[in-house]
Ligand binder design. Structure first.
Ligand code: PGA
Length: 237
């Protein structure tokens, strides 16, 4: 079964989440992980769902006003955390901290969904693969001893595909994911799962399902409506 990660980003509040939880009750298999805003992790955890955080601090504790430590998030039951989402890289300069975040998560037995992806300009200039390799190296090189085939998952999210309704063609996507996998194997002897993220929705899921190299999905906008999300995940093998 493919892994499905529902990334709510900074959306939904308690009244809507209550409606959401009622709508999905009894309909979610254990290949789904919810990434609500950290404030609401326990609402999902209490009902037996797998949960993850959208981010963790680059420090374990200390004077960082406004941040959340992996240790604190673990108290709320997270099994996974997203690291290096392009929105965190853009607004919070997260590329600088990906290495520390991967390290902290893995040392605390929290699995990492590492987001990598190229900007539109890089895509158009044919620089996708070098950009992805650089992002992988930054996260993996110094943490290699901590990484297993099970505790690090890659989410390939072309930045130009996030929230835009555009996705790469099947051929380009398959090639890119195969390149990621073979680089990880050759360079680090790792066989990691690679998820696809960026405008996954009900209109394109059947196309995406034809791409053999995809091991799962990181779904933003299309996970916010419970009925649509259920229809979407029912189309995933
Ligand atoms: P999207 O977001 O599905 O809304 O494009 C995906 C993501 O950013 O994780």
């Amino acid at each position: 079964m493919k892994l499905i990660c529902a990334n709510f980003k900074m959306n939904l509040t308690t009244p809507i989440l209550n409606i959401y939880l009622a709508a999905i009750d009894g309909k979610i298999k254990d290949n789904v992980i919810f990434f609500p805003s950290s404030l609401y992790l326990s609402m999902f955890k209490e009902r037996g769902y797998q949960v993850g955080s959208q981010n963790i601090s680059f420090k374990e504790s200390g004077s960082i006003t406004g941040d959340l430590s992996v240790i604190q998030l673990k108290e709320f039951g997270i099994s996974h955390t997203i690291v290096g989402h392009s929105e965190m890289r853009e607004y919070f300069n997260d590329s600088k901290h990906v290495k520390e975040k991967v390290n902290l998560a893995l040392r605390n037995k929290v699995k990492v969904i590492l987001c990598i992806g190229e900007k539109l300009e890089e895509y158009e200039k044919g620089k996708t693969i070098p950009v992805l390799k650089k992002e992988l190296d930054k996260a993996i090189k110094s943490n290699l001893k901590l990484i297993t085939n099970d505790n690090l998952i890659i989410a390939y999210e072309p930045i130009w595909a996030i929230g835009t309704g555009k996705i790469p063609t099947k051929e380009i996507l398959d090639n890119t994911i195969l390149e990621i996998k073979s680089y990880l194997k050759e360079q680090y002897n790792l066989n990691l799962k690679v998820l696809y993220g960026g405008s996954v929705n009900l209109d394109n899921i059947e196309e995406l399902e034809k791409v053999d190299s995809i091991d799962g999905y990181l779904i933003g906008g299309a996970s916010l409506n419970p009925e649509k999300f259920l229809s979407l995940i029912n189309k995933v093998n």
